[in-house]
Design a protein around this ligand. Structure first.
Ligand SMILES: [Zn+2]
Length: 56
């Protein structure tokens, strides 16, 4: 996994499960880019919030 912006491999990945779906928050500290991933696909923050908002 590389940062799509600065190409560094020094990423901090935080994995969690939202509503039974595994999602990963990738954090690139060199360029301060953050993005979400689920099932290998990039997810917008809005998409994650939608996931979290469904149900309950
Ligand atoms: Zn970066």
């Amino acid at each position: 996994m590389k940062c799509p912006n600065c190409r560094t491999r020094e990423l901090v990945v935080i994995e969690m499960v939202v509503k039974g779906q595994p999602v990963a928050l990738n954090n690139c500290s060199p360029c301060d880019l953050r993005w979400w991933q689920s099932d290998g696909a990039m997810l917008s923050l809005a998409g994650v919030l939608d996931l979290a908002a469904v149900g309950d």
